[in-house]
Design a protein around this ligand. Structure first.
Ligand code: NDP
Length: 429
């Protein structure tokens, strides 16, 4: 894609956007046909995805625009029901773009598997024996999934921990074997679980214990992606607020979240506002990404901010977000869900590592959008104006009524369903 700057996209009709994106060759006529069809995910396909299917549930799909990441342009598909998220991400991406864009990095895609062993006659000895067999165990894990090795991945490391070794309760004493495997472009849950199950009998034999759980950990601390942006204060200036005031407000807001779990929870929810929609649109497991992100935010013993905001020696605002990112470009439902397939095409990423970097970037952008609004006008001004259309629809407005009523709600500064119902009644008279 040449650029993700598409001025005026916001004001186009859906049909105009469809024609524009087709002319930009972001998707073909045929792909546009099913994206814009009534049933983009056929019930028959859905019935093969999960159990007890009775239909499908749709979410709006929007495009986060203006993203420049490591010098490459991205239009980012976002599946979300909440107004203002896509607008805010695109607004911040435009602002950061003017400052040179985002820079990102990522570790190898190394996921973690856990094997729980209980009832060992001697836990310390069992630990030593397992560690001595590390290479053989890694080989056994790789034999359970040889295709990964061919792709340059596979099991790479193993650690052992004893939990509650001094406890008098036999239920709480356990040996935990952690193994780490590079799952390449797959999220890796099934791959890791297959490896864990294949190692279990060998580990039982080595430890003289009994294996109960053998499963992926959703906190993949060795599968991290990081995004960074540096913004000069001039770029942050808004009506009534100098760039320095906005910058300082953002840093104060961050410090609040860094020190207070009650604020951190909301702060991080805002970050996930950007992350989840991309994870969902790309057919990935958003529960896994959510769980990993929150575990990471509590890794030092206190739940805290996922992002870090500071001022550099030139007075620029510097933002960073590093999170575990268990996403894939293959596997799971990614190649099954037609819209997820199209989302990958629109995103144009070559690997799961690249996808992970795009996703943390949008989380960082979303966080800045929220902090910038909070540090200036407050969140409600922009959010409620965009929310007004949903309020109008909830009150029964249809067709041209939606715009008229949403406009009246904004003008009268009363964006509530009760007020919208009164206006719908008035319109019908
Ligand atoms: P899959 O089981 O679909 O495995 C990915 C498959 O993709 C591999 O079998 C591999 O097959 C193939 N593949 C093709 N190209 C590549 C490549 N470049 N890199 C890696 N693999 C490639 O998916 P995952 O193991 O990723 O599991 C993800 C699913 O598991 C998600 O749906 C998730 O919801 C679910 N899940 C999540 C759990 C959790 O989070 N705790 C627990 C259990 C399941 P081959 O090598 O044969 O070509």
């Amino acid at each position: 894609m040449e650029t993700s700057r598409i001025p005026g996209f916001y004001n186009m009709t859906v049909e105009e956007r469809r024609h524009l994106l087709t002319s930009m060759e972001i998707f073909t006529d045929e792909e546009a046909e099913y994206l814009f069809s009534k049933e983009p995910l056929a019930t028959e396909t859905a019935d093969n995805m999960i159990e007890n299917v009775i239909g499908t549930f749709q979410l709006p799909l929007g495009l986060g625009l203006n993203f420049l990441i490591n010098g490459k342009d991205y239009c980012i598909p976002m599946a979300i029901e909440e107004p203002s998220v896509v607008a805010s991400a695109s607004h911040i991406a435009k602002l950061v773009r003017s400052a040179g864009g985002f820079t990102t990095s990522a570790t190898d895609r190394v996921m973690t598997g856990q094997i729980q062993v209980v009832g060992c006659p001697n836990f310390s000895e069992a630990k030593e024996i397992v560690l001595k067999q590390k290479e053989a165990l890694l080989e056994a894990a790789n034999n359970a999934y040889p295709s990964l090795l061919n792709r340059g991945g596979g099991a790479v490391d193993l650690e052992v921990r004893i939990l509650n070794g001094e406890s008098r309760s036999k239920y709480s004493q356990m040996l935990i074997v952690h193994f780490y495997a590079n799952t390449c472009d797959a999220m890796g849950a099934n791959i890791i679980n297959t490896m864990a199950e294949s190692l279990a009998p060998v580990i039982e034999e080595l430890t003289n214990g009994k294996v109960y759980l053998r499963i992926l950990s959703n906190y993949p601390e060795r599968c991290l992606a990081k995004a960074r942006c540096v913004i000069p204060p001039e770029a942050l200036q808004t009506d009534g607020f100098s760039g320095e005031e906005v910058r300082d407000g953002v840093i104060h807001a961050y410090e609040f979240a860094a020190s207070d779990p009650y604020r951190a929870c909301t702060h991080n929810k805002g970050i996930m506002n950007g992350i989840d929609p991309v994870v969902i649109a790309t057919g990935n497991d958003w529960r896994a990404v959510e769980a990993g992100a929150h575990a990471h935010a509590a890794r030092h013993g206190m739940y805290t901010s996922m992002t870090v905001w500071s001022k550099d020696e030139h007075g620029n605002l510097v933002g960073e977000l590093e999170l575990p990112m268990s996403v894939g470009t293959v596997g799971g439902s990614i190649r099954v869900h037609p819209i997820a397939k199209l989302a990958h095409k629109i995103l144009n990423v070559d690997s799961a590592q690249e996808l992970a970097q795009v996703i943390v970037t949008i989380g960082l952008a979303q966080n800045l959008g929220a902090l910038k609004a909070l540090a200036t006008d407050g969140i409600q001004k922009g959010h409620m104006a965009l929310h007004s259309r949903s309020v109008a629809i909830a009150a029964g407005a249809t067709g041209e009524m939606i715009d008229m009523i949403s406009q009246r709600l904004i003008e009268e500064k009363e964006i509530r369903v009760g007020k919208a119902k009164e206006l719908v009644e008035e319109y019908k008279k």
